[in-house]
Design a protein around this ligand. Sequence first.
Ligand code: 5GP
Length: 190
Amino acid sequence: MKKNLLIIVSGPSGVGKGTVVKILMNDKSLNLVYSISATTRKPRANEVDGKDYFFIDREKFKELINNDELLEYSEFVNNYYGTPKGYIDKSLKEGKNVLLEIETNGAQQVMEKMKGKGVISIFLLPPSMYELENRIKNRRTEPLSVIKERLDKARKELQLKILYDYNVVNDTPENAAKKIAEIIKENLIK
Ligand code: 5GP
């Protein structure tokens, strides 16, 4: 029987999740759709509402929680992030594979809730801690205080890699995406 998957991709800030996910989303053979999260974080200069995130205020976020519209949610460096349920249910029913790019706390909630329902989890690792620190520090999109918090958080998140079905090193985005694509295909025929 044909089945479809809910694919969780996590990894610390600066590991390059965005680039890897973009390559995966362009691979039509994977039949993937991207779950757009809601967040209370302010958009960065290059981000588009409804494409990168649904940018909402705290009030609206609380409403989503109270109306049980989120599959999971979490606070990350002073902002809330959550996965809207409706789109996931609809996409899975349509036979698509859904990719969630979420942090470790939310990932654990999804692993728990969707146990046995075709969920696979992948943790993206940096080639080294040195490289990760450089990437976070060289990001010009956040103030220094936020960068420091994200670095601390990254160190903590890395310890949770053991909770995931797969660990993939992002040596280059192309290699990492290729490995993840193989993992997805393997699981589709399992
Ligand atoms: P950023 O602010 O850099 O876009 O995202 C910060 C962190 O939040 C990243 O680790 C990202 O994977 C995670 N994230 C994005 N969307 C969601 C979501 O819907 N739920 C959870 N739990 N984390 C998310």
